[in-house]
Design a protein around this ligand. Sequence first.
Ligand SMILES: O=P(O)(O)OC[C@H]1O[C@H](OP(=O)(O)OP(=O)(O)O)[C@H](O)[C@@H]1O
Ligand SMILES: O=c1cc[nH]c(=O)[nH]1
Ligand SMILES: [Mg+2]
Length: 219
Amino acid sequence: MYGTLGAVELRVVDHPLVAHKLTHLREESTPSPTFRLLVAELVTLLAYEATRQVRVAPVEITTPVAPTTGTKLSEKPLAVPILRAGLGMLEGFTRLLPTAEVGFVGMARDERTLKPTTYAERLPHDLSGRQCYVLDPMLATGGSLAGCVNFLAERGADDVTCICILAAPEGIERVRALVDEAGIACTLVVASIDERLNERGYIVPGLGDAGDRLYGLAE
Ligand SMILES: O=P(O)(O)OC[C@H]1O[C@H](OP(=O)(O)OP(=O)(O)O)[C@H](O)[C@@H]1O
Ligand SMILES: O=c1cc[nH]c(=O)[nH]1
Ligand SMILES: [Mg+2]
């Protein structure tokens, strides 16, 4: 495990490709098929940063030329997309870590209270010792992400990395408070920290409702 228990290590990925793809993602004229492609590409770029500390171990192999010592992943990381919008990030993540296992949490926030309701959950019961990677494109009030991280901590996870495309300062603070309370190690990898939340809890300038832009307008 790495990182300090009870603290959030925040990494904002600063790369021209990330900036370019994020700009296209934000444009309201970008249609869902392109939006989906861009989310997958951005996640792969962010996951490269987010998996810097993924656990590996030495292994003896033989090349066509000679035996040598190599390095391989020493366990199966657990990806946890937060449905719906987090599902749009799964393919980009598993492309980089094809051996990752996947757990699911479905959360929808009430548009009036901004409180998240959990409507689906398929997670291993015991997460002790597992490296978990939570996927959600948006960190707004932090209610959804904090709720999900708490789910994982309750199952014994103590090494959680969250990959979000956009984060509001309010949401980062909410996650910091949860992580401090849960006493776990948490890394937060984002493409951008945006300005603020508006009165409806949307990130400004943001990109709109990620789930709607990925999958079409909500019912
Ligand atoms: O930080 P918060 O204030 O909790 O907001 C962030 C959440 O809001 C959106 O989900 P939404 O509830 O709209 O459901 P969806 O993913 O199905 O669109 C987004 O996908 C995040 O999960
Ligand atoms: O801007 C926002 C805030 C919450 N959820 C979204 O999908 N977008
Ligand atoms: Mg969501």
